[in-house]
Ligand binder design. Structure first.
Ligand code: OAD
Length: 233
């Protein structure tokens, strides 16, 4: 029986739920320039445009359902004692699949934060009634509760993620290109501290070089293999 199992996920885990990735051939950052949509400067310049982008994504995510990969991770959390999901995704699909120990490194698209009073809360309205939306407490402008380029990752979540990576026995990287730091460092930290690293990704990534096992498949199929590996370990 293994003791600490960590899943580290990116956009690829939600691709089979119909949510586009960022850097693939159909990726969002192939169509749009992230500097126009996912930076504090872009929001300052054109909050309505930025909100239109996030409002569209919220509507798409609201229609999506967790897939077999999300569901297997949640199932593994029920079967094994110390399972964590560290995700760069903002879609909340891990939680909807039933995972409880989820660390969101890039925030959550269902959160809104007031740029005036700082109050942050969940808002599941999709589409939003007004763009940009305003704070019901102080009337200030709300922004999406996600991390943008040039912003720091949430301190507590990042610390916890590194602690978990350091003590993992199995560190399973699913559907991330591992290009965005500091999150991309986690598999390397886990490996350095003696964890077995398993990667599920149809494509080569920097993690492929250090992975003990590379599963060149989509997340749903790859997770079925991982499930068997963990059960038999
Ligand atoms: P990317 O779009 O960079 O990478 C997605 C990865 O998923 C690629 O390596 C694909 O090969 C893989 N992939 C595609 N379909 C898959 C499938 N069905 N099953 C498994 N893997 C599949 O997305 P992330 O690595 O998540 O940050 O990107 C990291 C961060 O960059 C995001 O959180 C976001 C983005 O800019 C911010 O917005 C701050």
């Amino acid at each position: 029986m293994v003791s600490y199992i960590t899943f580290f996920t990116g956009a690829g885990v939600s691709a089979e739920s119909g949510i586009p990735t960022f850097r693939g051939s159909e990726g969002l950052w192939r169509k749009y320039n992230p500097m126009d949509l996912a930076t504090p400067e872009a929001f300052q310049k054109n909050p309505k445009l930025v909100w239109e982008f996030y409002d569209d994504r919220r509507q798409n995510i609201a229609r999506a359902k967790p897939n077999k990969a999300h569901l297997l991770m949640a199932d593994i959390e029920k079967k094994f004692p110390n399972v964590a999901v560290i995700t760069q995704n903002v879609d909340g699909l891990h939680q909807r699949a039933g995972s409880e120990n989820v660390i969101e490194l890039h925030g959550n698209i269902w959160k809104v934060r007031c740029i005036r009073c700082g109050k942050e809360e969940y808002n599941y309205e999709a589409p939003l009634k007004e763009l940009p939306p305003s704070c019901k407490y102080c009337g200030g402008m709300l922004r999406p509760g996600v991390v943008w380029f040039g912003e720091s990752l949430p301190f507590n979540e990042l610390n916890r993620a590194f602690e978990i990576a350091e003590r993992s026995n199995f560190f399973i990287v699913v559907g991330t290109s591992c290009q965005v730091y500091p999150a991309a460092q986690l598999p390397f930290v886990a490996k350095q501290k003696g964890s077995k690293v398993i990667e599920i990704n149809p494509e080569y990534t920097p993690v492929s070089d250090i992975a003990d096992i590379s599963i060149r498949k989509k997340a749903t199929e790859g997770m079925e293999e991982v499930f068997k590996i963990l059960i038999n370990s």
